[in-house]
Design a protein around this ligand. Structure first.
Ligand SMILES: Nc1nc2ncc(COP(=O)(O)O)nc2c(=O)[nH]1
Length: 265
């Protein structure tokens, strides 16, 4: 008897930054950002992932106070509208304020390297996404075997989080596609996701519009939503817990294709 199909949770990307790689500057105004968050949900997102610091290669670090100024009114507005919010931050102070404002997921591209952020997650009851990176996006990570090394690194981050008091059932791991990985390493990780299942923890994967997809589709990042949706279908087929996308509608449709194929089997 085939396993029942459980659709992945769809995280809609809301970057409240002047310089994110594909949507920088469009949502700096809180009202515009909140409106876009609502539109993401109407288009099929289950969660809105709010980020106030660009992670694109070469982006300047943002002062934590500025990051908080950008994201807090947006988190508050989305929560007030009944939307499930994830805060995409590597700073404890930003995570703490966002969780107090009603965010229920902390999404940390630094994999919990700030012990203060781990304590916030432990004390708050929020889910914690530990994303893999060995440094800023766009640089290689000097891997022997990228799948084995990423799995080992993630296991280390999980150990740090559980030691800090975050229960395992509140942890999600993420291979950090595009972060300190070459295009070939990204594809290799995606082809071997089963080896990344850190002791059965939930797996979130973010490929949306990323640079390595640019080799398949010419043009601006927004033109990569089609190939992103194809990957969403493949990831759904492989049972990932969540996907993180800029264009939820086409990825939601891709998930529905998988569901219908499973139902018709
Ligand atoms: N968990 C998680 N969070 C992330 N945050 C930002 C980006 C960079 O992409 P963006 O600039 O489109 O936000 N990618 C990820 C990712 O792959 N996984």
């Amino acid at each position: 008897m085939p396993q029942p199909f459980v659709p992945p949770v769809v995280f809609g990307v809301l970057n409240v930054t002047p310089d994110s790689f594909s949507d920088g500057g469009r949502f700096l105004d809180p009202a515009a950002a909140i409106g876009h968050g609502q539109a993401l949900v109407e288009a099929g997102a289950d969660v809105v992932d709010v980020g106030g610091e660009s992670t694109r290669p070469g982006a300047a670090p943002v002062d934590p106070g500025e990051e908080l100024r950008r994201v807090l009114p947006v988190v508050e507005g989305l929560v007030a509208g009944g939307i499930r919010v994830s805060i995409d931050t590597r700073r404890a102070s930003v995570a703490a304020a966002a969780v107090r404002a009603g965010a229920t997921i902390v999404n940390d591209v630094d994999g919990g390297r700030d012990p203060g952020l781990l304590r916030v997650a432990a004390d708050s009851g929020a889910d914690l996404v530990l994303m893999h990176s060995r440094g800023p996006a766009g640089r290689g990570g000097d891997y022997g075997d990228v799948v084995r090394d990423v799995a080992t690194d993630l296991r280390d981050r999980v150990d740090a989080a559980t030691t800090a008091g975050v229960p395992r059932q509140r942890l999600v791991v993420d291979p950090g596609v595009g972060f300190s990985k070459t295009a070939a390493e990204n594809w290799h990780l995606l082809a071997h996701l089963d080896a990344l299942g850190v002791d059965g923890l939930r797996l979130l994967v973010g490929v949306s519009r990323k640079r390595f997809l640019g080799e398949l589709v010419d043009g601006p990042a927004e033109d990569r939503d089609g190939v992103t949706a194809v990957l969403t279908a493949l990831l759904a087929e492989r049972g990932v817990w969540g996907v993180r996308v800029h264009a939820p509608a086409v990825s939601r449709a891709a998930i529905d294709v998988v569901r219908r194929m499973r139902e018709a089997a």
